[in-house]
Design a protein around this ligand. Structure first.
Ligand code: ADP
Ligand code: MG
Length: 238
């Protein structure tokens, strides 16, 4: 079942083409990784899917419905960024509950959803702490908790681990993969890190200068790269 379809998607900023015609189909429950060098358009593509950036031309379809003109909150999407600003004066509980307070969800539902997110992310014993008292990995989990409570159809992650050190990044990769299995949600994960792409993805989308070079499983791309760019990029993990 198709969860997200991008058709002939284009974006230009002040006459400069940044996304140059992207076609992609994402199946419900897939973990898709967008990988490519800095400046190739990964964040722009994600922001267009989220509704944070207007589409220049082409179409975005989520669960069978064209969403080009829908505001972000109506798309069933939650995004986790690289620099996740938590509210330092609020408890972990209130940080995770925040999007639901904005939506004015009834208190009993807020409590249920925050408890469930905390359980999944193993933050149950931290709920009354302030973010400043947590480790980097725990803080990143709080940011992910804020996405989970919204119960989105699709999670978008924009280089969520790039501010963490190597050991923690490796742990978080495993945690995110486990989270994906647990939730069964569709996830799109952006990184410039080949190792992350190869270890986490069901499907890798290799981007270069606003175009897709190749789409395939990690094994496909590693063993049968479509061209030199893909071979060089996937074959040389840094
Ligand atoms: P990536 O996330 O792959 O590093 P981005 O999507 O951030 O790449 O950027 C792709 C290109 O679009 C870059 O050349 C960047 O400078 C340009 N760009 C991104 N956002 C804007 C903007 N708001 N205005 C003008 N140019 C932009
Ligand atoms: Mg980016």
């Amino acid at each position: 079942m198709s969860e997200l379809t991008l058709s002939s998607l284009k974006k230009s900023f002040a006459g400069t083409d940044v996304i140059k015609g992207v076609d992609l189909d994402v199946t419900q429950g897939e973990f898709v990784v967008f990988v490519g060098p800095s400046g190739c358009g990964k964040s722009t593509l994600l922001r267009m899917i989220a509704g944070l950036e207007e589409v220049t031309s082409g179409e975005i379809v989520i669960a069978g419905k064209t969403v080009n003109d829908l505001p972000p909150v109506k798309r069933g999407i939650a995004m986790v960024f690289q620099s996740y600003a938590l509210y330092p004066h609020m408890s972990v509980y209130e940080n995770i509950a925040f999007p639901l307070r904005v939506e004015k969800l009834p208190e009993d539902q807020v409590r249920t959803r925050v408890s469930e997110a905390a359980r999944v992310l193993q933050l149950e014993s931290r709920l009354q702490q302030r973010p400043g008292t947590l480790s980097g990995g725990q803080r990143q989990r709080v940011a992910i908790g804020r996405a989970i409570v919204r119960e989105p159809r699709i999670f978008l992650f924009d280089e969520p681990l790039s501010n963490l050190d190597a050991a923690l990044r490796a742990d978080m990769r495993i945690e995110l993969t486990r989270l994906h299995k647990k939730l069964g949600a569709t996830m799109i994960y952006v990184t410039h890190d080949q190792v992350e792409a190869l270890t986490m993805a069901d499907k890798i989308v290799v981007l270069n200068a606003g175009r897709i070079e190749q789409v395939g499983s990690p094994l496909d791309l590693y063993h049968r790269p479509a061209n030199r760019f893909v071979a060089g990029f996937i074959g040389n993990p840094k």
